[in-house]
Design a protein. Structure first.
Ligand SMILES: O=C(O)[C@H](O)COP(=O)(O)O
Ligand SMILES: [Mn+2]
Ligand SMILES: [Mn+2]
Length: 520
């Protein structure tokens, strides 16, 4: 079946909305096209954070949940919310797998190793989840617990690493069990670019205590001025008296609830353990990981199936998914409901990087290649829907480099304008939407100083959504309600003229001002 009205869905990653102000890299950029959409009658603002999408209230949005709920057409309980529920109910600390590990280790004088990102960014992890697992260890009289701390500086302002490590030491003190054994930055431990040499620094630190340096306590590990994310592999000699290598029979719990940036480390640890005769080490993860190694999760994922991908496949409408590497899994795996199954009617285009080196040096990334791929796909009569993610505002935003982020916004503005005009000329509508905020709010107000521009994390701001339609349809927010990005999937299907599955409960946002389809 062909889509009666083919179109293009453009996700502008990190495109949030905030009033013009210092630190708003969008309002302080030259972006006439996007500005016109937001201020004009074509745009609405959608919720993309907290409970509206399936996150704990007050939690910033993120790319995974953003793409998942756009595809699912409904809020999806995100891993962080499901962990929070299990903490509140006590189910996590009494989890059978955790209990079994703690009891066995207590009997055998083995060690429980906790590996996780130490902050309350609540995009990958939450420091309070470490506290809950320490309570479980205490309850089962396990004394030997070591923490392998990964420092952040990306989901939370850079420079807060020492603050979080002292909070961790406070948690350890209150729990009465545990000690920080190692510290390393997330740019090593949570690299997902395939740079194995970075991942290896974390794996060998955790497993064998192999470090670049040592420090008497965790906070001292951050002395030396490196960004929090780039702290080199450090062994903490104070409390544990030195490295706490993993011995056969120990257990490791990966404490990030989010998989994508922990899976490479978890897989490398599994391979190294098997190759060093430590096959009796028990691996567990807080959330479900998409690893090659089978690692039991303490908290299972929510089902996000039955959405856009299934509806397109059932209607035999072809879609082409296009992104650079950083957001490729989002327009495929996550938009499909964390489903990696290949589909007949789906094509994937991974746009290669245009340059190497720090992304703030080339904020346009490879938008040229992405635009070309989108225009080529949109020119094909057999393609009902083109889906693309323009990653720049988020990926460059995360660096905290304000000028570069403004440049990224301007590059996205030009690219979006080009795609929309080409699509319109070809008789296609274009729906543009942010998946969460980032570039619109880069002013950090640290507790210990004057606000400064340089915060690169996500926000809880609403995101713009705009429609450029050949038939004159306009977006409308359902009467009296607020709308969220969950409505993107149903709106896309409505614009394509396709049936909307019952599971996609979010309302579509299109009014019925569309002109009748010209026959012939
Ligand atoms: O992993 C990252 O890059 C950030 O911590 C989260 O950003 P994302 O949710 O946009 O991937
Ligand atoms: Mn994103
Ligand atoms: Mn991001």
């Amino acid at each position: 079946m062909r889509a009666r009205m083919p179109g293009v869905l453009l996700v502008l990653d990190g495109w949030g909305h905030a009033p013009p102000a210092p630190g708003n890299a969008i309002s302080e950029a030259e972006c006439p096209f996007l500005e016109g959409l937001v201020l004009g009658r074509r745009g609405v603002l959608l919720d993309a954070s907290g409970g509206a999408v399936g996150l704990p209230e007050g939690t910033v949005g993120n790319s995974e949940i953003g793409h998942m709920v756009m595809g699912a057409g409904r809020p999806i309980e995100y891993d962080s919310l499901r962990v929070e529920q299990q903490v509140k109910s006590g189910a996590l600390r009494s989890h059978p797998l955790l209990r079994e590990a703690c009891v066995r280790l207590a009997q055998q004088r083995g060690t429980l190793h906790l590996v996780g990102l130490i902050s309350d960014g609540r995009i990958h992890s939450d420091i309070d989840h470490i506290a809950e697992v320490l309570r479980a260890a205490r309850a089962h009289a396990l004394e030997r617990v070591v923490i392998h701390a990964i420092t952040d500086g990306r989901d939370v302002p850079d420079g807060t690493g020492a603050l979080y490590l002292s909070r961790l030491n406070e948690i350890v003190k209150v729990s009465g069990v545990g000690a920080v054994a190692t510290v390393i930055g997330r740019n090593f431990a949570m690299d997902k670019s395939g740079a194995d040499h970075l991942t290896a620094q974390a794996a060998l630190l955790v497993l064998d205590g192999r470090a670049e340096r040592s420090a008497p306590n965790a906070e001292d590990a951050l002395r030396g001025g490196a960004p929090d994310g780039s702290v080199t592999a450090t062994v903490i000699t104070g409390a544990t008296g030195g490295p706490a290598p993993v011995r056969d029979g120990d257990a490791i719990v990966f404490m990030n609830f989010r998989s994508d940036r922990m899976a490479p480390l978890a897989d490398m640890v599994a391979v190294l353990l098997a190759s060093t005769a430590r096959s009796r080490v028990r691996l567990l993860s807080l959330g479900h990981y998409d690893t090659h190694a089978g690692i039991p999760a303490l908290v299972p994922r929510a089902d996000a199936s039955g959405g856009l991908a299934d509806a397109l496949e059932n209607s035999e409408v072809r879609s082409v998914r296009i992104a650079e590497r950083e957001k490729f899994e989002h327009v495929t795996f996550y938009l499909n409901g964390r489903d990696a199954r290949p589909r007949q009617q789906e094509e994937h285009v991974l746009v290669p990087p245009a340059a190497t080196g720090p992304v703030q040096d080339h904020p346009e990334m490879n938008l040229r290649g992405l635009v070309q791929a989108v225009i080529e796909a949109a020119a094909r009569p057999d393609v009902g829907l083109v889906v693309a993610n323009l990653a720049n505002m988020d990926v460059v935003g995360h660096t905290g480099a304000y000028h570069a982020t403004r440049k990224a916004v301007e590059a996205v503005d030009r690219a979006a304008a080009q795609i929309c005009s080409t699509a319109f000329a070809g008789g296609r509508w274009t729906l543009l939407v942010g998946d969460h905020g980032n570039a619109e709010q880069m002013l950090t107000s640290p507790t210990d100083g004057a606000p400064a521009i340089g915060y690169g994390g996500h926000t809880t701001n609403r995101v713009p959504c705009a429609l450029i339609s050949v038939r004159g349809e306009r977006l409308k927010i359902p009467s009296g309600g607020e709308a969220a990005i969950c409505s993107v999937g149903p709106t896309v299907l409505r614009l394509l003229g396709l049936p909307i599955p019952a599971a996609m409960s979010a309302p579509e946002l299109v009014d019925d001002s569309a002109q009748p389809i010209r026959q012939g």
